[in-house]
Every structure is written in structure tokens, then in C-alpha cells.
Design a protein around this ligand. Structure first.
Ligand code: ADP
Length: 399
């Protein structure tokens, strides 16, 4: 079965075509600068990359160009678009409505629209992508929405409610939603499989550490807490985002620096985090280099990231009344042995015996990085959000 996965942004559409029976990516690419001029980068497996700069006035044209590339007689990978059994769409926000992926119908589209205020940058683009596929693919090709928030919908009210006036939270649907759900679900399931444990009877802490970073507490196969909140700004400090800070800092800075709400939002999301702290970069490779050259603020940024991560791990162990597995994933989690070690350092009191020999130099591979005698198993599991979306799409279509 062939599944197309699409991640639509306001001016781009990233895509991968999977043969889900083998897990192989048949082709992938990105349609960029939609509505500006247009650039399609297309890479069929085992063949050269192909770039087209035909105009792309809208997403419908972009999707049509992607499909044309997939069936092209020279660099195509399928004979006809009817071979695409379904399309899985990454959708940022499903609000409180969906705890799982769903086949798109009018109700689903209405919900995606209703959640525009919660995901103003992503949800409108996600819906445009769905509608573009509907209009270009053969009628009846299932479109599946895979929500970034869905996995976290099993959290109990004590984990997702903010201590604001209750009526205001209700009025604006303010609560913790959490993000990276597709990754947390995939990695927590995969690690259970990898360790030969029963997903439904272990306590796992998933640490997704990338440009955006979030943690999830997964107890017996259900997410019970996560570090991002109403928006992806909450939790640990990130590349350019503050993470959790004293909320009173917001009005303090707005008053004293004369900032508008939009300017404050930009400061919190784009000018802060390890970038703002170090003044060097949001990229952890640059920070490591700067630290080695004696840059104290870069060293502080790295130290803070590790410290905040460790505090979340400790708090989730308490929240679940124990932890069996800690798993690291995404750009930093998969590639940075030093950060994994720093986050686990000193956790012997809760049963973590870290294995330096297994961890040192390990990159992008599934592995156990705790000692065999460790009560808590620490692992690295590379995330694969596109494959997870394809698998969830396939499962729904087969149903
Ligand atoms: P995104 O959230 O954009 O999907 P990724 O999961 O790709 O991000 O993570 C990107 C981050 O991972 C980069 O900013 C970088 O800090 C870090 N990273 C990627 N590769 C390495 C590496 N080899 N060593 C250290 N850090 C890395």
C-alpha cells in the first residue's frame, strides 16, 4: 500500500511517499515558495534529485506538481496517482476534539477550522493542504488528519488545567494541549517494542529534544503529562523559545521596554532560549563549540538546558509514581551524547545507572545507554514522524 504524507505550511508542502508494506520511502521532497514564485525539490529513491521552478500560485497547483512528479515517466515512482491509497496530513491542532488520527470529513474540517485561533500559523495551511489534495486526487481517496496534539488528550484535568479564572479558560479553550504528539506516541511505542516490554504496563518518559523540545510522561500506553502547553512555548528552554518563565516577567518587560503583545510574543518565541542566552546560536553544535572556546554564556545555556530537562524527568517520575524507561529522541536527543549524559547525571537515587561506554559517540541509532543492572532503562530511539503519520494513516484506511 502506498501512502503519501504531507506537511503543509503557509507557503510550503513537504511530502514523502511511503510503500508502507516495506516502510521504504519511494520519493520525498518539498514544494516551497507557494504563492511567491515556486520551487519544487523532488528526490526519488536511488535516483538524482530534480528541481523545478515552474510557478506555484497556490497549494492546489503545488499538490498537482507533486503528483505529476510522482508519475513522471523519467523520475516518477508510480505509474498512476490511483496507486496512492491515502494521504496522511500533519495537522498541528485538534483542540480537545480528537485523541487520535481521523479520516477527514466535513466535521473534521470544521474542527480544524475551529482550532485556527489555537494554531494560527499552522492550522489554516494544514486545511488548505487537505483541500488541495481532495481537489486533485481521484475522488474518494481518503485523507487522514494526524494531529500533533492528539496523543496528549489522555491527560487528566489536574495535568492540563491552568490555575486561571475557570470561566476564562473555558471561554478561550485555554489548557495544556502539548505538541510533538506523533513523535511521543511513536517513540514510546517503539521503545517498548525494542525492549520487548508491554507498552500497556510500563512507565516511560519520552524526551523529544530538537529545535523545539518537549517531554511526555507515558503511563501504561497513555500520555499523562507533557511539558508544552497551550502553545509550543512552554516547558524546557529551547533553540529560540524561553520555555517556562515566571509569567510576571511578561507584563514587566512589556511595561518597561514598551513592547506590544506581538513584539513580546516574538521576543519569547524567536529571540530567547539558548540563542538569546548565549548570543551565539540556537544550534547545539555551535554552542558546544563556543563552550569549548571558553564562551561562558554558551556553557550556561547548555547547563540550563540539561538542568531543566533533568528537573522535568524527575517530576514525571514523581507524577507517574515511578519510571521504567527514559528515551531520548530528535536532533539533540539522537545526536548529542553529552546532553543525554548531563540530563541523566546524578539520577542514581531513582534507579538510573548510566552507561558511558554505550552512550559515548552514539548517534541516530536505537540503543540502550544504561547498564544492564539499571532499574530504569535509558534508550535512544530515532523519531520518524513521517513514517508514524503513514502508519497511522494506513491503520485507519485498513479499518
Ligand atoms: P526540529 O525541531 O526542527 O525537527 P530537529 O529534531 O531536527 O529539529 O533538531 C534540530 C537540532 O538538533 C539542531 O538545532 C541542533 O541543535 C541539534 N542537532 C542536530 N544534529 C546534531 C549533532 N550532530 N550534534 C549536536 N546537535 C545536533
Amino acid at each position: 500500500m502506498k501512502i503519501l504524507v504531507i506537511n503543509c505550511g503557509s507557503s510550503s508542502a513537504k511530502f514523502q511517499l511511503f510503500d508502507i508494506d516495506t516502510g521504504d520511502v519511494l520519493a520525498k521532497g518539498n514544494a516551497e515558495r507557494i504563492g511567491i514564485d515556486g520551487k519544487l525539490t523532488y528526490k526519488p529513491a536511488g535516483k538524482d534529485e530534480f528541481v523545478s521552478t515552474e510557478p506555484m500560485p497556490d497549494h492546489k497547483v503545488a499538490v498537482k506538481m507533486i503528483l505529476d512528479a510522482l508519475v513522471d515517466k523519467d523520475h516518477g515512482v508510480i505509474a498512476d496517482v490511483s496507486e496512492i491509497a491515502a494521504v496522511g496530513h500533519r495537522v498541528l491542532h485538534g483542540g480537545e476534539y480528537y485523541s487520535d488520527s481521523v479520516i477527514v470529513d466535513d466535521d473534521v474540517k470544521a474542527v480544524i477550522k475551529k482550532c485556527f485561533p489555537l494554531g494560527p500559523l499552522h492550522n489554516p495551511a494544514n486545511l488548505i493542504g487537505i483541500e488541495a489534495c481532495e481537489s486533485v486526487l481521484p475522488a474518494g481517496t481518503p485523507q487522514v488528519a494526524v494531529f500533533d496534539t492528539a496523543f496528549h488528550m489522555t491527560m487528566p484535568p489536574k495535568a492540563y488545567t491552568y490555575a486561571l479564572p475557570y470561566e476564562l479558560s473555558e471561554k478561550y479553550s485555554i489548557r495544556r494541549y502539548g505538541f510533538h504528539g506523533t513523535s511521543h506516541r511513536y517513540v514510546s511505542k517503539r521503545v517498548a517494542e525494542f525492549l520487548g516490554r508491554d507498552y500497556n504496563s510500563i512507565k516511560t518518559i519520552t524526551c523529544h529534544l530538537g529545535n523545539g523540545s518537549s517531554f511526555a510522561a507515558v503511563k501504561n500506553g497513555k500520555c499523562v503529562d507533557t511539558s508544552m502547553g497551550l502553545t509550543p512555548l512552554a516547558g524546557i528552554c529551547m533553540g529560540t523559545r524561553t520555555g517556562d518563565i515566571d509569567p510576571a516577567i511578561v507584563p514587566f518587560l512589556m511595561k518597561n521596554e514598551n513592547l506590544t503583545p506581538d513584539e513580546m510574543d516574538t521576543l519569547l518565541n524567536k529571540k530567547s532560549g539558548v540563542q538569546g542566552l548565549s548570543g551565539v546560536s540556537s544550534d547545539f553544535r555551535d554552542l558546544e563549540k563556543a563552550k569549548n572556546e571558553g564562551n561562558e554564556r554558551a556553557a550556561l545555556a547548555l547547563e540550563m538546558f540539561a538542568y531543566q530537562g533533568k528537573k522535568i524527568i524527575g517530576s514525571y517520575a514523581a507524577a507517574m509514581e515511578g519510571v521504567d524507561v527514559i528515551v531520548f529522541t530528535a536532533g539533540i536527543g539522537e545526536n548529542t551524547d553529552k546532553m543525554r549524559k548531563a540530563m541523566c547525571e546524578g539520577l542514581e537515587f531513582m534507579g538510573v545507572e548510566f552507561d558511558d561506554a554505550a552512550n559515548d559517540g552514539l548517534r541516530g541509532k536505537e540503543a540502550i545507554i544504561s547498564k544492564p543492572s539499571s532499574k530504569v532503562t535509558v534508550c535512544v530511539i530515532p523519531t520518524n514522524e513521517e513514517l508514524a503519520i503513514a502508519q497511522e494513516t494506513e491503520a485507519l484506511v485498513r479499518k
